[in-house]
Ligand binder design. Structure first.
Ligand code: GAL
Length: 380
């Protein structure tokens, strides 16, 4: 017993030493898939994240996970970290806090809050956060998007509402004859060619026409003209929707389009280079990784051209064991974009890792190659 006690003491102080050391040491490189200590030496807790650049500082927002399988639920809220070099991150704390269990709030403790993204509205001076929300005890059935707003990048963000976007409006790229179709959800065998054709011709859009469209995995994108777009997995995750936000970013304008109907895409992430838009997504296999996909378009509302799996080399078929969440434009460097992805650890959610890799362009396609470690000089 005594030996065990001394062992714990020695081991404990050794751990403390290691933590204290790493807390004081600046990090020089990004190590995809490894533990990523913040300025206190604690692994960053901001999963399914996105990055906002505001007044010289990068802010990384993400799901604050807790230990164990339950840790995939929103037990705490949305976390935020700040950095000036994209490598060394300071914990800014929980910026959107869940409401008390039993409160009946949409964001009560135990709900699911995923993939939060924050954009800054120049006109209103507000920081606008949208995220994927699943209501408590309803699995993934609610499929809602939700809004929280703050006066400062580091919060507190105040929850405003959750909704299903674009009720009673048709997408732009939708044949008017499809509006009148009467075929219903269970009339055909799922995944048959006829069924996929019907999905592409609005089977689920018509089903959800009155209530609004489902919204799960999501990202936000602000174009050079200040217009913002919300891109999300809809129609039972079968089709991505891209929807324009109002000028204050607090609502949808009702202008929207489908991307890859029946293409089964999740985890959308967008960037723009030389006037062209690029989209990287994943397939739909839950927490398990799969092969990423990429697309390009001259207009955000499409048409989008499929460019295949951007990942190359060993591990490409599982996107190096990760799933996209965001693409970071590196400030002050031309054509410098970072693919930001999650390596989920669903059994112990807090242990999830981050895979960040530079995006290369080759023959008009975005390319991802594995690197054990790298730094921003890669882009010079
Ligand atoms: C993934 C999705 C994650 C999370 C997970 C739950 O497909 O990208 O954000 O929702 O499913 O199983």
């Amino acid at each position: 017993m005594k030996t065990l006690f001394s062992f714990i003491l020695i081991f404990g102080s050794a751990c403390h030493f290691v933590l204290a050391q790493s807390a004081s040491e600046k990090q020089a490189v990004i190590r995809p898939g490894e533990l990523w200590p913040d300025s206190e030496g604690v692994h960053i807790n901001a999963h399914g994240g996105g990055i906002l650049f505001y007044e010289g500082v990068y802010y990384w927002f993400g799901e604050h996970k807790t230990a164990g399988r339950m840790g995939n639920r929103a037990m705490v809220g949305v976390g935020c970290y700040s950095s000036t070099d994209l490598v060394n991150w300071k914990n800014e704390g929980v910026v959107l806090t869940v409401d008390a269990e039993g409160s009946g709030s949409d964001i009560e403790k135990g709900s699911v809050i995923e993939r939060p993204k924050v954009i800054f509205n120049e006109k209103t001076g507000k920081f606008v956060m949208w995220f994927h929300l699943e209501l408590k005890s309803q699995g993934y059935d609610a499929a809602r998007t939700a809004l929280a707003v703050s006066d400062s990048p580091t919060g507190p963000y105040v929850f405003e509402k959750s909704l299903r976007p674009n009720p009673k409006t048709w997408p732009l790229n939708f044949d008017s004859s499809w509006k009148e179709k009467t075929i219903t959800e269970h009339a055909l065998e799922s995944w048959s060619d006829e069924w996929k054709k019907e999905v592409a011709e609005g089977l689920f859009i018509r089903r959800d026409f009155e209530s609004g469209q489902m919204a799960r995995d999501m990202t936000l994108y602000v174009d050079e003209d200040g217009k913002a777009y919300h891109i999300f997995s809809s129609e039972e995750n079968l089709t991505l929707h891209i929807a324009e936000l109002t000028d204050d970013y607090l609502d949808f304008t009702g202008k929207w389009a489908v991307i890859e109907p029946a293409g089964h895409n999740e985890a959308p992430a967008v960037f723009k280079q030389d006037g062209k838009y690029y989209l990287i997504t994943s397939g739909c296999t839950g927490w398990d990784p799969n092969a990423a996909r990429s697309f390009a378009a001259d207009d955000l509302f499409g048409p989008w051209t499929a460019l295949g799996n951007p990942a190359l080399g060993e591990g490409a078929e599982l996107t190096f064991d990760s799933q996209s969440t965001f693409i970071v434009p590196v400030q002050g460097k031309k054509d410098a974009f970072i693919f930001m992805a999650d390596r989920w650890r669903p059994q112990n959610a807090i242990d999830g890792r981050y895979v960040w890799l530079p995006i290369k362009m080759k023959d008009g396609r975005p390319i991802l190659e594995w690197m054990e470690e790298w730094d921003l000089s890669y882009f010079d």
